[in-house]
Ligand binder design. Structure first.
Ligand code: NAP
Ligand code: F7E
Length: 337
């Protein structure tokens, strides 16, 4: 019998890579998609086989992190071995505009997933997508014992979700694990996170269809890794004898300015001719520096990053150039390949 996984957030960046990884490992994968007025499954369309096909091992279900009854019914029906809670309103800047919604989905939504998993009573292991944003104002290097000091409604919601997962582990004996992941990026990153915003603009400026790139704080330091490698850490963290919490990071910090410089340099352009500062992109409270210490993940999970800053920038810029070329040639457009 193949193992069964349920993924909330399957239509997002990480959900798409995780479902590919689990299908490769022989899992049957169920994913939660939410109702949207337009298609929202671009990232998984390449692997989605219609359920009427006898080979189908990926199944999508309408549900929502704001609807606990539907989550409970779903988990009872599916009887998963592993539950990955990746669903969230995940944009930090946007969370200042919609704090209540962010708390409801990113924070309380995790509790709904935990409680539904407990109620189903099928012994499922639970992964909570926790975030380096929880460390916020606490200076680097950040590791599992580093105190949290969240700086946004998003980060506050993630702290609530983190402690809820710990609480279900301690009070109900559930196998609940937090992956405290630092920023991880890819060609599938949404266009309004800074890395993808930059690499997409570089490709468009090179192609002559965009003049300027407007950004906010260039001094922020982030520890950027490659998303396909980070979903392996998620899976590994659920294969251990005991549940625990893990920092997943590269251990390298770079400023947004360095990312910009490297991305423009990759296509032979000087970023200073194109980048403008727009204060609208500043945040009411900024997280100045996040650099993770992944020693525990390396020792316990045997995990280490392979793709570091320079390669990540090149992968993302080249993928956005290819995407433009595909559009220009009228080819079937994939977010990456
Ligand atoms: P993402 O691309 O923004 O994906 C978020 C997913 O959550 C999407 O599938 C989205 O659906 C879904 N979602 C949003 N609201 C929902 C709702 N009400 N009910 C059900 N699903 C809902 O995020 P990601 O980069 O893949 O990150 C995955 C998880 O890791 C998130 O929890 C994020 O906060 C966390 N995280 C990310 C990073 C990072 O650097 N990427 C680092 C640390 C932690 P739609 O496709 O319909 O919008
Ligand atoms: O910002 C600065 C911005 O939005 C990175 C999410 O996945 O990682 C992500 O959160 C930095 C910040 O990611 C622009 O002020 C400058 O300092 O790409 P970002 P994030 O806020 O770090 C964490 C770990 C998560 O958990 C989140 O879900 O870049 N910045 N100019 C800008 N940021 C954006 N978005 N847009 C700009 O124009």
């Amino acid at each position: 019998m193949s193992r069964v996984a349920l993924i909330s957030g399957i239509t997002g960046q990480d959900g798409s890579y995780l479902s590919e990884l689990l299908l490769d490992k022989g899992y049957t994968v169920h994913g939660i998609k939410r109702r949207s007025s337009s298609f929202n499954t671009d990232r998984i369309d390449r692997i989605d086989v219609h359920p009427r096909n006898a080979d189908a091992r990926l199944f999508l279900h309408y549900s929502d992190l704001s609807d606990p009854a539907s989550l409970t019914n779903l988990i009872r029906d599916i009887r998963p071995d592993e539950v990955y809670n990746l669903g969230a309103q995940s944009h930090v800047r946007v969370s200042f505009d919609i704090p209540g919604y962010t708390a409801g989905i990113t924070g309380l939504g995790a509790l709904h997933m935990l409680e539904s998993t407990r109620a189903a009573n099928v012994g499922a292991r639970f992964y909570q997508a926790s975030s380096s944003e929880m460390f916020g104002a606490t200076p680097p290097p950040q590791r599992e014992e580093t105190p949290f000091h969240p700086r946004s409604p998003y980060a506050c919601a993630k702290v609530y979700a983190y402690w809820s997962a710990v609480n279900y582990r301690e009070s109900w004996g559930m196998y609940c694990t937090n992956g405290i992941l630092f920023n991880h990026e890819s060609p599938r990153r949404s266009e309004n996170f800074v890395t993808r915003k930059i690499t997409r603009a570089v490709a468009r400026i090179e192609a002559g269809i965009q003049d300027k790139l407007y950004l906010g704080n260039l001094d922020a330091v982030r520890d950027w890794g490659y998303a396909p490698e980070y979903v392996e850490a998620m899976w590994l963290s659920l294969q251990q004898d005991r549940p625990d919490d893990y920092v997943v990071a590269t251990g390298e910090g770079h400023t947004v300015r360095e990312f910009v410089e490297a991305a423009f340099a990759h296509v032979g352009l000087d970023w200073r001719e194109y980048v403008m500062i727009d204060p609208r992109y500043f945040r009411p409270a900024e997280v100045d520096a996040l650099i993770g210490d992944y020693t525990k993940a390396r020792r316990t999970l045997g995990w280490a990053p392979k793709t570091l800053f320079g390669d990540l920038v090149r992968i993302m810029v080249d993928a956005d150039r290819q995407l433009l070329e595909d559009e220009r040639m009228g080819r079937l457009v994939r977010i990456d390949r």
